[in-house]
Design a protein around this ligand. Structure first.
Ligand code: SF4
Ligand code: SF4
Length: 250
């Protein structure tokens, strides 16, 4: 296939002779630059459908590559390698190996949604970035991000009790991400809160941390949510050609 854009040329495939004369003509330096042939055979033809099957990726097919998302992007202004338009291009072509070269920066989207407002085709590029980061995790290309871990701890607590107890949520999140609870900024923040909050509220928070209160009659709601989550997870794994999750096989 022809080369569509310069960013697809790998630096190691650019060959340049510092000293070269052909038929008496000096073509040293940039004059002798050529690109070594690279044959791409490992297209993932299902890639666009896989991203579209994840929340946020539904409208990726609408992209016409105008570049407004990248031009308006907060992260691109700091790091030009962060390029939503280019990644959407790779996904639509099925160039999985090329996308994986940037797998460690795609998660850096800060969800400012500037791209969403700039996009003339309602692609919702912010959603596509989220879907792509999720796709990388599900396919095992990247470890679950801290945001994903927070979502899991939050959801587990809601499923178990039908409510959120902030102290337990933070303890669970810090434990899962290997962070200390005695970090200076956290201790300072808690001290500041304790000195400002009413005593009655502090007592209620303390009791909640010990007693783990539950929402009354939560059982049926919990089952309905668990069934829905399992159904959604199964449908995404099917779309991504992944085996069922271990707990779903039982
Ligand atoms: S939402 Fe993400 S991709 Fe869109 S402009 Fe903001 S940082 Fe860039
Ligand atoms: S702004 Fe929209 S249509 Fe333009 S390149 Fe980005 S996603 Fe595609």
């Amino acid at each position: 296939m022809p080369i569509h854009e310069q960013s697809l040329i790998r630096p190691e495939n650019l060959v340049r002779q510092d000293k070269l004369t052909i038929d008496g003509v000096d073509v040293s330096g940039d004059w002798s630059t050529f690109i070594e042939t690279r044959v791409v055979t490992d297209y993932n033809e299902a890639m666009q459908d896989e991203i579209a099957a994840l929340p946020g990726g539904e409208y990726i097919h609408r992209c016409w590559q105008c570049g407004s998302c990248t031009n308006s992007c907060t992260v691109n202004a700091i790091n030009p390698d962060f390029n939503p338009r280019y990644w959407i291009y790779l996904i639509r072509l099925g160039m999985e190996e090329e996308l994986l070269r940037d797998k460690d920066i795609i998660w850096q989207c800060v969800s400012c949604n500037k791209c969403t407002y700039a996009c003339p085709r309602d692609v919702v590029p912010e959603g596509v970035m989220k879907a792509t980061a999720h796709w990388l995790e599900l396919k095992g290309h990247t470890r679950p991000s801290t945001a994903t871990v927070f979502d899991e701890v939050f959801s587990d607590q809601v499923f178990a009790t039908g409510r959120i107890e902030e102290g337990r949520l933070m303890r669970g999140f810090f434990a899962r991400t290997g962070q200390s609870l005695t970090q200076e900024w956290l201790v300072g923040m808690i001290r500041g809160l304790v000195s400002r909050l009413p005593v009655g509220l502090l007592m209620r928070l303390g009791l909640a941390a010990v007693l783990h209160p539950r929402t009354g009659g939560w059982g049926r709601t919990r089952q309905a949510i668990a069934d829905y989550v399992a159904e959604q997870d199964a449908s995404r794994r099917t779309a991504l050609h992944l085996p069922p999750a271990p707990e779903a096989r039982r």
